[in-house]
Design a protein around this ligand. Sequence first.
Ligand code: FPP
Length: 255
Amino acid sequence: MVAATDNTAEESTANQPRHIAIIMDGNGRWAKQRGLPRTAGHQAGFKVARNIVEAVGKRQIEALTLFAFSSENWKRPPTEVRLLLDLFMSALESEVDKLMANNVHMRFIGERSAFPEKLQKMMNRSEQRTAGNTGLKLAIAVNYGGRWDIVNAAKQIATAVKSGDMELDDITIESFHQHVSLADCGEPDMLIRTGGDKRVSNYLLWQLAYSELFFSDVLWPDFDEAALDESIVQFSGRQRRFGKTGEQLEGAKRA
Ligand code: FPP
């Protein structure tokens, strides 16, 4: 895993990613192409998310982080927001037993206090139930924004400095990293964004510093295992230099 503190041990050519982050984009357009309401696109997108969780687990990848609801998604029509929240609730009802059976450790990142209390309770409960699982680490980003994550970390650090638990000089990249989401599971090796747009959209801004970026034109409900494998193959061929030269890395490999 690429730790913010130490990426010197990384191979110059990565093989299999250990942590994949995904922006699941294109549900609305997929539905529109079929003359369906946008909400049908989200329902289809949910089924694909379920398949991809299973596929990633089968490939012995350690962590998967899915962007399910951004802090900006509240701006969508209320009916669509409501459908998405209902979808999360029914997913929590129907999927947690399967996650248990597959040894998946699930958690949520983002500002969950904005959600209805019932949903928050379900989120907490599903995290507690799967906490002891040792397989795939699945994180679902909900009401998440990368800037929020960084501000949240800054607030925690400011509080520690104010109370005397931390000195100003203790604020380093490494200590800051401990306060952002996913600090315990390493940064994503790759980011996949479906749906054709080429932007990061306020996702994991701190954590994506050295991630390999993959943009696919496939709309999320059409994304499948073959598309996943294609991006993993592309990833394997990329040289990750982390600021070094290619020659340095080749030399280190020969040594
Ligand atoms: C972006 O497509 C997708 C979302 C905002 C929601 C993603 C949610 C799911 C895939 C279902 C729930 C998943 C889990 C894991 C519970 P868009 O609506 O922006 O599509 P568009 O760009 O074509 O309009």
